[in-house]
Design a protein. Structure first.
Length: 262
C-alpha cells in the first residue's frame, strides 16, 4: 500500500467522478470516493475500485462546507499517510438557460457557486500541504461554460469561469511542487443531463450537439476520466484548460467543407 499513489475525487459516486475514481484505481491509486446524496452508488464505485486491486474509502462530505473538506483530506492522510492527486469534480447546476434571469435567486446562485468554485478552493486549501509534500497534482473538472460563456444557467457559467481562473492562479501559486490543470468538457452523456433536462430534452440536446460539433459526438464519462488521469500524470503540464468538446468551440464553420481545386 505504501508504494501506491493516493487520490481524492470529489463527487465520485456516479458519472465522471466514478469513472475517474475507477480509472485511477486501475492505474494503481488508492481512492477516496466522495458523495453527498448517492450513498449506494458511492459504495458500488468504491467496491469497483477495490476489485481493481487498490484501497478505497467512502466519505460523505459537502465540499461547500470547509470543515467537511478538511475532514475528508484528514481521512485520506490518516488512512494512507499522504496525498498525491486531488480531482475537484463535485458540481451542481440548475437547468434554466442563460436567458431566464428571473428564475435565479440569490440563494440558488450562491449555492451553485459554493459547490463549484468555493468547494474547489476549500479542497485545494486543505490538500495543498500534503500535495506539496508528495509533489502531486490537482485536476479541476470544469466546463466549456467557463470558456465560452454558455451553459445551463448563469451561476453555472460564472462558477466554471471562476474555477478556470483559479486553475491558472494555483498553477502559479503552488509551483513547482504541485501541478494544477483543468478539463473543460462540452456535453457529457451521463445521467446529470437526463435528470436536468428530462429524457426528451436530453435526446434533443445530444442530437443537436452531434450535428454541430465537428467530431460529431459528445463526451462520455470515460472520455473525461481519461483526460483527467492523463493530466494527473503529465509531469511537465500545468496551467492548462483542456477543452474537450469535439470541436464545438470552432463554431458553425467547424464542419464546413473547403472547396478544392482540381
Amino acid at each position: 500500500m505504501a508504494n501506491r499513489r493516493r487520490a481524492i475525487v470529489t463527487g465520485s459516486a456516479t458519472g465522471v467522478g466514478a469513472a475517474t475514481a475507477l480509472l485511477l484505481a486501475r492505474r494503481g491509486c488508492d481512492v477516496v470516493v466522495n458523495y453527498t446524496k448517492s450513498e449506494a452508488e458511492a459504495h458500488a464505485t468504491a467496491a469497483a475500485c477495490r476489485a481493481a486491486g487498490t484501497d478505497a474509502i467512502v466519505v460523505r462530505a459537502d465540499v461547500a462546507d470547509d470543515a467537511a473538506c478538511r475532514a475528508m483530506v484528514g481521512q485520506a492522510i490518516a488512512r494512507w499517510g499522504g496525498l498525491d492527486i486531488l480531482v475537484n469534480n463535485a458540481g451542481i447546476t440548475t437547468f434554466v438557460g442563460t436567458g431566464n434571469l428571473e428564475a435565479i435567486d440569490a440563494a440558488t446562485f450562491q449555492r451553485i457557486f459554493a459547490v463549484n468554485a468555493l468547494g474547489a478552493f476549500q479542497m485545494i486549501r486543505a490538500a495543498a500541504p500534503h500535495l506539496k509534500a508528495a509533489r502531486g497534482a490537482i485536476v479541476n473538472v470544469s466546463s466549456i461554460a467557463g470558456t465560452q460563456g454558455l451553459g445551463s444557467s448563469v451561476p453555472y457559467v460564472a462558477s466554471k469561469g471562476a474555477l478556470n481562473a483559479m486553475t491558472l492562479h494555483f498553477a502559479r501559486a503552488l509551483a513547482p511542487e504541485v501541478r494544477v490543470n483543468a478539463v473543460c468538457p462540452g456535453m457529457i452523456t451521463t445521467r446529470w443531463f437526463v435528470q436536468g433536462l428530462g429524457r426528451e430534452g436530453y435526446e434533443k440536446l445530444k442530437a443537436h450537439y452531434e450535428q454541430t460539433a465537428p467530431l460529431g459526438r459528445a463526451c462520455s464519462a470515460e472520455d473525461v476520466a481519461e483526460a483527467v488521469v492523463w493530466l494527473a500524470e503529465a509531469a511537465t503540464v500545468t496551467g492548462e484548460l483542456l477543452v474537450m468538446d469535439s470541436g464545438l468551440h470552432l463554431g458553425s464553420l467547424g464542419r464546413a467543407v473547403v472547396p478544392q481545386r482540381d
